[in-house]
Design a protein around this ligand. Structure first.
Ligand code: NAP
Length: 243
């Protein structure tokens, strides 16, 4: 079977590392992004130059019509999506819940929750010959992220519950659904929260005493997608240095 992976937010950070490892493992790779076409194009060029079938697809995963167009575009370019990585996610400025506006809550939940739900829905509607999905959650789902972003943490808890429920819904159709829960990982996402050096600060309370690299999350995602994980579904795999 031809393997076609769609990686949402596949152009930067953990998503880019995932796109690279899947490309190296023989998948055709569709790199989704929202705004930064330059990063997506550069990565696609890099992968294509080593012979990988690759395409970029702009879409806001929080918007149903854009998600439908994205799946159609990937299918036209590379064939039906057989593997989906729901990696696109956002957080906003660190603050307590007392200061959070309803607009912010809507933005965070729209991308992290609605976006993941819509992409999962579209994938399982189309995966008629089986498939695999990995959702990128966070250890924040169990830690709660007090004083930083409890909205983000709660959105990831929703992703965990979606993973458990959907896995049971579609197991009989040969579709596996799992999640990874990264800890602090070296990406630029922390700057969006207003603390670019957050990984160095939090690393002190990580049992392994360091932040993780995007590649360390990517290899866990690739393993869960692969046939090596053929009897695993509905699992939440922490990739967090013991935190
Ligand atoms: P990142 O470096 O900020 O990259 C985010 C990616 O998501 C970018 O490709 C971005 O596209 C895309 N994106 C954001 N909103 C989108 C939307 N609505 N529709 C489509 N694409 C969208 O993030 P990261 O640190 O790699 O995080 C990736 C995932 O891991 C997220 O789900 C995050 O919550 C999770 N995670 C990260 C950490 C960590 O420490 N970094 C820890 C736990 C979990 P543009 O380039 O166009 O902006």
């Amino acid at each position: 079977m031809n393997k076609t992976a769609l990686v949402t937010g596949g152009s930067r950070g953990i998503g880019a590392a995932t796109s690279r490892v899947l490309a190296a493992q023989g998948y055709a790779v569709a790199i989704n992004y929202r705004n930064n076409a330059e990063a997506a194009d550069a990565l696609c060029e890099e992968l294509s130059s080593s012979g990988v079938r690759c395409t970029t697809v702009q879409a806001d995963v929080a918007d149903e019509s854009q998600v439908l167009v994205m799946f159609d575009a990937v299918e036209d370019a590379l064939g039906p999506v057989t593997h989906l990585v729901n990696n696109a996610g956002i957080l906003e400025q660190q603050m307590t819940l007392a200061d959070m506006s309803p607009e912010r809550l809507q933005r965070v939940f729209a991308t992290n929750v609605t976006g993941t739900f819509l992409c999962c829905r579209e994938a399982v509607r189309r995966m008629n010959a089986g498939g695999a999905i990995v959702n990128v959650s966070s250890v924040a789902a169990k830690l709660g992220s007090p004083g930083e972003y409890v909205d983000y943490a709660a959105s990831k808890a929703a992703v965990d519950t979606l993973t458990i429920g959907l896995a049971k819904e579609v197991a009989g159709r040969g579709i596996r659904v799992n999640a990874v829960r990264p800890g602090v990982i070296h990406t630029t996402m922390h700057a969006d929260g207003g603390e670019p050096e957050r990984v160095a600060r939090v690393a002190k309370v990580v049992p392994m005493q360091r932040g993780g690299q995007p590649e360390e999350v990517a290899s866990a995602i690739a393993w869960l997608l692969s046939d090596d994980a053929s009897y695993i579904t509905g699992t939440l795999l922490d990739v967090s240095g013991g935190r």
